[in-house]
Design a protein around this ligand. Structure first.
Ligand code: ZN
Length: 149
């Protein structure tokens, strides 16, 4: 009985913190198969800021199967990615001071989570925009569209 209670307590502590849902955030997952669970993200135009919560649902470490989420103009993704790979893991696979980057999270490994928040005004015009993972080789599979709706 006590063992069961302890187990339940551990489960509760291990659960993600309850976050107020105002529609201005999305939960994105990345896994060990190098995939996100979403192909597109709709950002409500009523939001001032928008948050992407990224959870790595796999088990592999960040230096082998790390994931982040980066937002940029779809036309800029290839160059942001190329420069990010050169910058390396120590720079979270983002070239320092890259002004083409609208938002970028840290790189997380299996079981870890991170989040990134950006002003919706940054993507409300001049698109289309995309999100992707800048870990080397991941952007071919780990990418999608993000748009204000
Ligand atoms: Zn990745």
């Amino acid at each position: 009985m006590i063992r069961k209670l302890l187990f339940a307590t551990v489960l509760l502590i291990g659960a993600p913190a309850a976050v107020a849902q105002n529609g201005c955030s999305v939960n994105l997952e990345g896994n060990d198969a190098m995939k996100y669970n979403l192909k597109s993200i709709d950002v409500p135009k009523t939001c001032k800021d928008f948050t992407i919560n990224l959870k790595h649902t796999g088990k592999m470490p960040r230096n082998a199967m790390g994931h982040n989420v980066v937002i940029g103009k779809t036309a800029d993704i290839a160059v942001i990615d190329k420069d990010g790979v050169k910058a390396g893991l120590a720079k979270e696979y983002i070239k320092p001071g890259d002004t083409r980057v609208i938002a970028a999270s840290k790189v997380v490994g299996g079981g870890q989570s991170t989040s990134v928040t950006f002003p919706v005004a940054r993507i409300s015009s001049g698109g289309p925009y995309s999100f992707f993972c800048s870990f080397p080789g991941h952007s071919t599979l780990m990418k999608g569209s993000i748009a204000v709706k």
